[in-house]
Design a protein around this ligand. Structure first.
Ligand code: GDP
Length: 320
C-alpha cells in the first residue's frame, strides 16, 4: 500500500473506545500498523505502564484518545474520578512518550477546556480567556493541562506534539449508558425505548435552549488522521468541529422526526443546562486541513446512529 500512513506504527490509546475504534479503522485502512493498549495489560494512570507500553510497542505516532469522560450527568456524580484519571493519564503518557522517543504525540482535547462564559464561537486563541464552565471544569482542565505540558516538553525535550480540541461527538459505538451518555446517545436510547415500550412521552433535560455542535464520529476520525499528517504547530491547538450550532430543542425535534416515534417530549428543567453555548470556530481547521469540512450533516448522522442503535441495542446498552 502507498501513501503517508503505509507501514507507519501508530499507537492509539482508547483504541477500543468510542472514538478510538473509528480512528483505528481509519489508520488501518490507510495501511498503518496499529497497536491498541488494553487496560488489563497497561494501566495508563501509572508511568510504569505507559513507558512499558511504548517500549514494548515502539511507535512513530502516539494518539492519546483514551479518556474517562461522559455527559453532564457524570460531571456531577464523578468529578474526582474524571479529574484524577484524565490528569495523570495525560501527564504520564507524555512523559513516557519523550522517554521512549516517540516522534509525534497527538493529544485529543475537548471543547470543555474552553472558557465557559464567552460570547460567540470558540477560537483557539481564546483557550485561556476565562474559566471553564463549572459543569465540566474537572474534565476540561485536565485536557487543557496537556496543552501546557506539550509546550514545556517541546521547549525542554524537543517533543513534537499537537493538541486537537474536539467538539461533542455522536454516532455508532458511543456510550448509551444513561449515567454516562452525552445528549445524542441519551435521547436516541430514550426514543427507541419509548417506541418499543409504547410509552406516550420522553423526558428531555433542561430548557432546550443551550446550543451545542455535533460532529459525527467517523468524520472526526478522518479529521484526526488528516491533522496527524498535516498539522505540526505544538503551540497552537486546532479545533475540530462543524462550526454549526444547534439548540438542544432542535436536536430533540430532529431525533423525534428521524426516529418516527410519535410520543411527546417533556422538558425537565430541574436538570442542568450546562454551558449556554459551545460551538467551535473552524476557520483554522479548514485552512490547515486543506479545506476539509465534515461531510455528514446532522440529520444523516442521526439516521445512521439510530439505525445502528436499533440493530445493536443489547450490545450498546451493555457497554460502559
Ligand atoms: P455538555 O455538552 O457537556 O453539556 O454535555 P451533554 O451532552 O451531556 O448535555 C448537553 C445538553 O443536553 C445539556 O443542556 C443537557 O441538559 C441537555 N440534555 C437534554 N436531555 C439530556 C439527556 O437525556 N442526557 C444528557 N446527557 N443531556 C441532556
Amino acid at each position: 500500500m502507498q501513501g503517508f500512513w503505509a507501514e507507519k506504527r501508530v499507537t492509539v490509546t482508547g483504541g477500543a473506545g468510542f472514538l478510538g475504534q473509528h480512528l483505528v479503522r481509519r489508520f488501518e485502512h490507510l495501511g498503518a500498523k496499529v497497536f491498541v493498549p488494553r487496560q488489563r495489560d497497561y494501566n495508563l494512570t501509572t508511568l510504569d505502564a505507559c513507558l512499558r507500553c511504548l517500549l514494548e510497542h515502539p511507535c512513530d505516532l502516539l494518539v492519546h484518545a483514551a479518556a474517562y469522560y461522559g455527559g453532564i450527568g457524570i460531571n456531577v456524580t464523578e468529578p474526582a474520578r474524571l479529574y484524577y484519571t484524565n490528569l495523570v493519564m495525560g501527564a504520564h503518557l507524555m512523559e513516557a512518550a519523550r522517554l521512549a522517543g516517540v516522534a509525534k504525540f497527538v493529544a485529543i482535547g475537548t471543547a470543555c477546556s474552553y472558557p465557559g462564559y464567552l460570547e460567540g464561537d470558540l477560537k483557539e486563541d481564546d483557550l485561556w480567556a476565562g474559566p471553564c464552565h463549572a459543569s465540566v471544569v474537572n474534565y476540561g482542565l485536565t485536557k487543557k493541562m496537556m496543552a501546557v505540558q506539550a509546550q514545556a516538553y517541546k521547549r525542554q525535550y524537543g517533543l513534537d506534539s499537537i493538541h486537537l480540541i474536539l467538539t461533542n461527538l455522536y454516532g455508532p459505538g458511543d456510550s448509551y449508558n444513561p449515567d454516562r451518555s452525552h445528549v445524542v446517545a441519551a435521547l436516541v436510547r430514550k426514543w427507541v425505548e419509548a417506541e418499543l415500550a409504547r410509552v406516550p412521552s420522553v423526558e428531555v433535560w433542561g430548557t432546550g435552549r443551550p446550543i451545542r455542535e455535533f460532529l459525527y464520529v467517523e468524520d472526526c476520525a478522518d479529521a484526526i488522521v488528516l491533522a496527524a499528517e498535516k498539522y505540526n504547530e505544538c503551540a497552537l491547538p486546532l479545533n475540530i468541529g462543524t462550526g454549526i450550532g444547534t439548540s438542544i430543542r432542535e436536536l430533540a425535534e430532529t431525533i423525534h422526526e428521524v426516529s418516527g416515534y410519535r410520543g411527546k417530549m417533556v422538558w425537565n428543567t430541574d436538570k442542568p443546562d450546562g454551558a449556554m453555548k459551545k460551538v467551535l470556530d473552524v476557520t483554522r481547521m479548514r485552512r490547515e486541513l486543506d479545506g476539509w469540512t465534515p461531510p455528514t450533516d446532522l440529520r444523516t448522522g442521526l439516521a445512521k446512529t439510530i439505525a445502528w442503535y436499533r440493530a445493536n441495542k443489547a450490545q450498546a446498552d451493555a457497554k460502559w
